[in-house]
Write a protein that binds this ligand. Sequence first.
Ligand SMILES: Cc1cc2nc3c(=O)[nH]c(=O)nc-3n(C[C@H](O)[C@H](O)[C@H](O)COP(=O)(O)OP(=O)(O)OC[C@H]3O[C@@H](n4cnc5c(N)ncnc54)[C@H](O)[C@@H]3O)c2cc1C
Length: 448
Amino acid sequence: MNLNRKPHRNPDLLIVGGGIVGLTVARAARARWPDSTVTLLEKEEDVGLHASGRNSGVLHAGFYYSADSLKARFSREGTRRWTELCLERGLGINRCGKLVVAQGPHELEGLAELKRRGDRNGVLLHEVTAQEAREIDPAAKTHERALFSPNTASVDPAEVTRALASDAREAGVEILFGTRALQRRGTALDTTAGLFQPGYLINAAGLYADRLARSYGFGEDLDILPFKGIYLYGDPQHRRPRVHIYPVPKLSRPWLGVHFTIGVQGEVKIGPTAIPAFWREHYKGLQNLSLWEAASILLTEAGLFLRNDFEFREIAMEEMRKYLRPVLARQGARLVDGTPMDSFRTWGKPGIRAQLFHRKERKMLMDFHLEGDDRSLHILNAVSPAFTCALPFAEFVLDEVEVKMGEGAGLREEPPDEAGSGHQDGPARGGMEPANARSRNRPSASTP
Ligand SMILES: Cc1cc2nc3c(=O)[nH]c(=O)nc-3n(C[C@H](O)[C@H](O)[C@H](O)COP(=O)(O)OP(=O)(O)OC[C@H]3O[C@@H](n4cnc5c(N)ncnc54)[C@H](O)[C@@H]3O)c2cc1C
């Protein structure tokens, strides 16, 4: 928390969460509504300490996702915009491309489906023979064919997130660290630094977005389930492979399987896994343990295991084994030839996916999910590739805010201190024009 000056208690826009989603939305909001005050609350003492700074850093070209999804809609554009931004700003980027390889004849149809999806999404993707795949990267092992995506790149996600935070600050966003959003109190938001009375609230709280959403009356049947991704780094002297090498994923699951990722300095890692975690920030040992939270997540996971919803039993058994180094290394070995897998022995920083689960329908949601009204918008299921998508997705989020605000009558008339927050600033929302005052493409994706 910045103790040097008083925070805005009633900003026009209050954003919860200093990950890539909250930061890109905050920056875009100042650009769209230059007269508005925008405050961002982050419970940690820095940005990007959770998924945004702990992911693979791959800019996904956009061929995995069905054409009607938000993921498909924003990946290609997101990759293009991050690539431009990194090059312009001198941020690390490795434009090495990606091979998707088949482990047998049974995966050829999967490759063909990815190619169809890529074509539908307008993504540049080449079908190559096994020989051509080896010419692209001699380490690649595939059955008959592979796909090559030249535009897939990687960035250092922590570096990019910090750069976005400084952009947001320069654009006039007030970032308050060490400030945890607790719950809605009337029209105010209760936080560890007292009440805030925003004109509008955007919840980009990642692993905790469902909890905050629920206190606003949204996401009633939705829970975030944490899945842990761990990585193994190869010794620096064995820099193989040179391009990202991925398996054909099970498209019924929201993750892509253990793969080789090449970092911005050419470093190579395998992972990540999708191991059911027992609490939301369950990175290591008993770190960040909340007994209440662990009890509730364990109960949900036990139910999923017993009923075997969305093959959870198989996922849990398969994934848990990957805590063992030889098991994880063996997964990697299926995708490559001539790469000494025993050189992969350094564990990297794990990340946790905030995967949304629909309690009544007993299924995982595959796409980003937004819910809200004329007072607040809640971004749920900002799972991979939300990092890739973040720049165009932020514009979409603000379009949604405009649509929601346009739906509300008497939007600006509410007294700012209805919840007794004792505000010292002027009335909220002064700088935010209602949706129908602007001409923008309205989103076609359905958001409740
Ligand atoms: C292992 C792994 C690998 C991945 N690989 C890729 C990839 O290669 N490419 C890609 O595009 N995507 C990838 N992703 C997905 C990507 O990391 C996420 O989609 C993205 O980072 C989500 O950003 P976010 O801002 O929503 O969440 P976060 O980065 O988690 O940010 C949320 C922030 O909210 C804060 N917060 C939470 N609760 C509160 C509260 N109550 N009050 C105040 N602050 C709060 C948290 O401290 C956190 O800083 C991966 C994710 C994981 C876990």
